[in-house]
Design a protein around this ligand. Sequence first.
Ligand code: 5GP
Ligand code: MG
Length: 186
Amino acid sequence: MSQPISGVLSSLERVLLDASTIQTRVADLAAEIERDYAGQELCVVTLMDGALFFVADLLRSMDLPIRLFTLTVSSYHGDTTSSGRVQMAQTFPFDLKARHVLLIDDILDTGLTLATVHERIREQCHPETLKTAVLLRKERPRVSEINADYVGFDIADEFVVGYGMDYKGHYRNLPCIGILDPTTLG
Ligand code: 5GP
Ligand code: MG
């Protein structure tokens, strides 16, 4: 059954980042990226679905020529910990050769997702430059040696939902980012 927004908010144990804090930081990040790519066309590759809201806000704050490509990958498979495997299409259906590419994801957690896609783009697409941006970076050891070039917030190693990020398909529409009440998990 669908839940009203107040019902969704009450599923949170606490709010980690409220909507205005997120909006302010995303606008700052957009300004930084815009400065770095001034005078150039940017090809953005965004991982779905978690980065959807982040990328929508980020790109609308940037005054640059941008082409947007989306890629569906999954490593969590509806759980709260990474499965250790990244599922994605074998080949990229878009031409990034000699382009300036910015790869965007919602969270840098174990690093497996970003490292896998980064490597594939580099090997298969031969971009001119390839950088990465994430909204959240968890403070934890990474299984892959990758760090994002642009980071919104550093957070503790906890499972978060909201602002595009889900638990079993729920909570993406929360304007804030929060920690679920443990009784909601299961
Ligand atoms: P990694 O491959 O770095 O371990 O995981 C990255 C992916 O796992 C992210 O794209 C995100 O979809 C998912 N993920 C990692 N941590 C969280 C979390 O706290 N909440 C949610 N909803 N997804 C997460
Ligand atoms: Mg993801």
